[in-house]
Ligand binder design. Structure first.
Ligand SMILES: [Zn+2]
Length: 289
């Protein structure tokens, strides 16, 4: 099944809803980055939440999410432009922890909870909008939920999950978000709390073949789907962009690369693509400065 997300509205319960499946794009990201299972789970949860958040705005805009909780995984970053394409990386992909009692992937341990979740939205204006909140648990879903409550004053339920098999391949990845509209009543809130409590883990539902629409229907029988978007892992790096980056390192650095290394290799941190620059290419760049 293709990866996609849906957006919908539940008029009877005064909330708007999002759900997505990101299994294939996470598997693609895993192959590029060689994520160990807990890193896959952390990145998959983050990508699902970021893609759904990007769909909350009417206009397509560049959205960057950065999480750094002081844990062994280091800085995590995701970038999307609201077009369904996402790229991302973690500083240390080789992390794997499980909780002793449940055997579940210990995302909160890998990420840590001494740090922030930061959202940078570039709407093409002079200054991008930046919002930041302290991490709650490092389990990602809780942290996004806290971000929506504090930074956007929107009470939200964020449920994101990932299942990985014995050989580290991604079995399922995805999630849902429920956001209360201002008209929501105490009864609506009570209904939503109960529905979420009774809902099986979203990674399990996706692994069983449930679609994003079916997951939302489990929670709200009368959900009305208003939007549908295909999702992909895609990086927009190129040799030209890498060359521009090389120019910004400055004359002395470039000269050193020419004299000492007789060339340079740059690696895209978002997709691990390698770009080689020969001595002559570096000299051409040097002449442009
Ligand atoms: Zn790239």
């Amino acid at each position: 099944m293709k990866d996609y997300l849906v957006r919908g509205i539940v008029n009877s319960k005064n909330c708007r809803v999002f759900a997505c499946q990101t299994t294939n794009l996470l598997e693609e990201a895993r192959k590029h980055h060689n994520f160990w299972p807990t890193a896959s789970a952390a990145m998959g949860r983050m990508m699902s939440a970021t893609l759904m958040m990007a769909k909350m705005n009417k206009n397509e805009e560049k959205m960057t999410v950065v999480i750094n909780g002081g844990g062994p995984i280091g800085t995590m970053m995701c970038v999307t432009k609201g077009d369904g394409k996402i790229k991302g990386f973690v500083a240390n992909p080789e992390v794997h922890y499980t909780y002793n009692d449940t055997g579940k992937l210990a995302v909160g341990v890998a990420v840590g909870n001494q740090g922030t979740l930061q959202v940078i939205r570039d709407m093409g204006l002079k200054e991008p909008f930046t919002g930041s909140v302290p991490l709650q648990t490092g389990e990602i879903g809780d942290d996004f939920s806290y971000y929506f409550a504090v930074s956007e004053q929107t009470p939200s339920v964020v449920s994101v999950g990932v299942l990985v098999n014995d050989t580290n391949e991604i079995l399922s990845s995805g999630g849902f978000i429920i956001q209360l509209l201002p008209e929501a009543t105490e009864e609506d809130i009570a209904y939503i709390e109960e529905a979420v409590k009774n809902c099986p883990p979203v990674s399990k539902l996706i692994n069983e073949g449930k679609t994003p629409e079916e997951i939302l229907k489990l929670l709200f029988s009368d959900v009305e789907i208003t939007e549908h978007q295909d999702l992909f892992f895609e990086c927009d790096c190129s040799k030209e962009k890498m060359a521009s980056a090389l120019i910004t390192v400055g004359k002395d650095e470039l000269q050193a690369m020419i004299d000492e290394d007789h060339g340079a290799q740059l690696c895209c941190q978002f997709c691990n693509a390698k770009y080689d620059f020969s001595e002559n290419e570096l000299k051409e760049l040097l002449n442009k400065i």
